[in-house]
Design a protein around this ligand. Sequence first.
Ligand SMILES: Cc1cc2nc3c(=O)[nH]c(=O)nc-3n(C[C@H](O)[C@H](O)[C@H](O)COP(=O)(O)O)c2cc1C
Length: 166
Amino acid sequence: MADPVPGLDPAAFRAALARFPSGVTIVTTRSEAGTPHGFTASSFAALSLDPPLVLVCLDRGADCFPVFTAAQRFVVNIVTPAHAALAVRFATKGEDKFADAGFEFDDQGIALLPDAAAVIRCELERAVPGGDHVILIGRVHDARTGDGEPVMWYRGDFLRIGESAA
Ligand SMILES: Cc1cc2nc3c(=O)[nH]c(=O)nc-3n(C[C@H](O)[C@H](O)[C@H](O)COP(=O)(O)O)c2cc1C
């Protein structure tokens, strides 16, 4: 673990981060041997339109870390309220994550959710170190949207999108 930062209360830092609502993604890839891997991520973000780049941050302590950093491709599934239990499963170490979950596999053998709010297929462009995480930068080669609305993650809870504040 890194040394504590003078003046920064780690609990206050976490609480401040939790005040930032996000979407929820299930990010998938496959090992060289063809085994599917994935994890739930709220750190997904758009990075660039031209070239089309996205990013997601992966904890170095994740079991799937070596597979993602060695992978050539990954898929970002932006999930809906109907996927909340699945997102919990993909956030739980040691789970049989892909069993009976309605995944399909693309031409590269990477799992995608056909009823996701959106599916973004990427080539791994770079893996950039970022403290205890690595930033996976993906070059997008295919993006599609579904009918479902995305679910939100806020203060440790899955929420439906609310009404307009405008
Ligand atoms: C809503 C939610 C968002 C998460 N976001 C991230 C994230 O952006 N990056 C990350 O590394 N872990 C994130 N996690 C934790 C991982 O999903 C979890 O540690 C996962 O089990 C790691 O993969 P592993 O099973 O291969 O170790 C999140 C968990 C939840 C519930």
